[in-house]
Design a protein around this ligand. Structure first.
Ligand code: HXC
Ligand code: NAP
Length: 293
């Protein structure tokens, strides 16, 4: 565990980075680290009051430059406007972090088609809207050395009950990451993704672990490392992936979950919690006996 920056001072100097959903949660934390490493920052989402508050707090904390921009990423015209405003202010954009998301737990049969649309529109459509607008811009400008970092989750490849629209959309974002990593490499645009396990944020916890669910299903207890992620651990990885140090990493998804999804996947991993020392003594006897018969 660490609460320190990993990269050296100035590692992101001269970089202009746009983070969607950068006013709250993990987006805000990534923004703070990017600023501490010398980047200029644009944070974009729907709620201007939250963005402005975050921008002034981060400026105060880091003395860096932050531009808050109101933008609903489900609307392509707003995304184009956001990109233009970012370029007008800073002259260029180097990296896009597709971090904004919408999600809540619900049995799928209780969802209206509009509820399904809302989540897929934010997560998948919002991500491809931003990616398309920024990508076209970089290609037109013949700018080399740009990058896109997509925040997905481990159920992008396992799927998950009770968050089905989010799982469908995150799977799409992962496909987008891997597809464009190859197609747009010739334009000098790298694509990578981070798949976080549980990192406490207000936005996620209120919608995924409301009320008693947090006590009943504490993600820390289910994790092989018996804890949740620390924001700094994720922001250090994100800083590396938008920096030039990761210049040869392209099309990768990096899981940062303490081993959580693998624990759910391995056939006998449940024995970790189910079998104690005495159980193992009995089990060994039975297994040895089977061999001798
Ligand atoms: C069933 C629901 C519902 C619920 C909303 N709806 N909540 N249906 N059960 N609990 C339905 C509504 O009735 C409506 O459908 C439709 O969904 C849209 O709801 P609105 O409230 O009108 O939408 P909107 O104001 O746009 O809000 C979008 C939102 C909201 C996604 C519902 O939660 C939001 O703004 N979220 C942004 C932040 C967020 O979600 N952060 C968490 C990310 S966590 P009808 O048919 O009635 O009109 C994350 C972690 C992943 O992604 C991995 C974890 C390990
Ligand atoms: P969060 O604080 O709720 O962040 C979500 C952000 O998305 C908010 O700032 C929200 O801002 C923005 N947003 C939603 N709809 C938008 C839209 N239409 N246009 C623009 N912005 C929009 O949640 P978080 O936990 O930090 O999640 C950040 C990312 O990490 C998400 O991609 C999430 O799926 C991923 N993730 C989180 C965890 C975790 O444990 N926390 C685990 C795995 C993956 P506005 O409301 O102002 O628009």
């Amino acid at each position: 565990m660490t609460s320190h920056l990993m990269l050296k001072e100035g590692a992101l100097e001269n970089k202009v980075i746009v983070i969607t959903g950068g006013g709250t949660g993990l987006g805000r934390s990534m923004g703070k680290s990017f600023l501490e490493l010398g980047a200029k920052l644009v944070i974009a989402s729907r709620k201007m009051d939250i963005l402005e508050k975050t921008a002034s707090e981060l400026t105060e904390l880091t003395k860096g430059e932050v531009l808050p921009l109101k933008c609903d990423i489900t609307d392509y015209a707003q995304v184009e406007r956001m990109l233009k405003n970012a370029c007008d202010k800073f002259g260029k954009v180097d990296s896009l972090v597709n971090n904004a998301a919408g999600n809540f737990i619900s049995p799928t049969e209780r969802l209206s088609n509009r509820a399904f649309d809302i989540i897929v529109n934010i997560v998948l459509k919002g991500t491809y809207n931003c990616t398309l607008a920024f990508g076209k811009h970089w290609i037109k400008e013949e700018k080399k050395n740009s990058s896109v970092l997509n925040i997905v989750t481990t159920y992008a490849w396992t799927g998950s009950a009770y968050v089905v629209p989010s799982a469908c959309a995150k799977a799409g974002v992962l496909a987008l990451t891997r597809s464009l990593a190859v197609e747009w490499a010739k334009y000098g645009i790298r694509f990578n993704a981070i798949a976080p396990g549980p990192f406490p944020t207000k936005g996620a916890w209120e919608r995924l672990l409301p009320g008693e669910l947090m006590e009943k299903f504490d993600p820390a207890l289910r994790n092989p490392l018996k804890r949740m992620g620390e924001h700094q651990e994720l922001t250090n990885l994100a800083s590396y992936l938008v920096s030039d140090y990761s210049g040869f990493i392209n099309g990768e998804v990096i899981t940062i979950d303490g081993g959580e999804w693998l624990k759910g996947a391995g056939e006998f991993n449940m024995l970790e919690d189910a079998a104690k020392k005495e159980d193992w003594d009995n089990i060994e006897k039975m297994v040895r006996k089977a061999k001798s018969e």
